[in-house]
Design a protein around this ligand. Structure first.
Ligand code: B4P
Length: 190
């Protein structure tokens, strides 16, 4: 199985690049952000709990997102592989993911980490916020909080995967096509 963690700060291009990778490699796309937003749209209890947290730019609790990923893995047992987009975001999530995959007799193939400057992240997210209707993209203070959460809780995961010799860092500046080409090159070399 090919199991990719697509990693990077908010606005790095994870969702954008995942959509290209799933077609090329025939993988199942698991975006915790997308799953949470669909719970909000459906007005579920989980969605109601998550909305206030996401609107502030904080991270939703580990138990909730690990439970979501666990059930998605169970529902896709014939998949050729997965792209994890926006998951894991904490060390508890990374450890849980390793255990869930181990139970399925598989593991993470690589973490591909997109590197983008803060000023570019803020620019992209404010631009998306003009049309997306996403509360967390509308306000520079909330975006700054998301970047802070990333630096404090999520960026340290690079070390977790580097220790497993699975980390590749990719420049996330430039055209979507070029970045996609660079991601494909790393995946094809696995
Ligand atoms: P996510 O949905 O993961 O949101 P994101 O990080 O903002 O998205 P992404 O990084 O994929 O956006 P993209 O760059 O593609 O998370 C939202 C919230 O959900 C979190 O803050 C948290 O509250 C919660 N959450 C999700 N997962 C969680 C977890 N595991 N644990 C706890 N909480 C969790 O796109 C950004 C913009 O840039 C787009 O408009 C795109 O068009 C543009 N863009 C992309 N590539 C570009 C390029 N090369 N050049 C110019 N623009 C580009």
């Amino acid at each position: 199985m090919l199991n990719i963690v697509l990693f990077g700060p908010p606005g790095a291009g994870k969702g954008t690049q995942s959509n290209l990778l799933i077609d090329k490699y025939n993988l199942v796309h698991l975006s915790t952000g997308d799953i949470l937003r669909s719970e909000i749209t459906e007005g579920t209890k989980l969605g109601l709990q998550a909305k206030a947290i996401m609107d502030r730019g904080d991270l939703v609790s580990d138990d909730i997102v690990i439970g979501m990923i666990s059930s998605k893995l169970d529902n896709n047992h014939n998949a050729k592989g997965f792209i994890f987009d926006g998951f894991p975001r904490t060390s508890a999530q990374a450890k849980a993911l390793d255990l869930l995959l181990e139970k399925k007799g598989t593991s993470i193939s690589a973490m591909l980490s997109l590197k983008v400057e803060d000023s570019e992240l803020i620019k992209r997210l404010l631009e998306r916020g003009k049309n997306s209707g996403r509360e967390d993209d509308k306000n520079e203070n909330i975006i700054a909080n998301r970047i802070k959460e990333y630096n404090n809780k999520t960026a340290p995961l690079k070390k977790f995967y580097a220790n497993q010799k699975k980390l590749s860092e990719i420049n996330g500046h430039g055209s979507i096509k070029n970045i996609s080409h660079n991601l494909n090159t790393v995946i094809d070399s696995l």
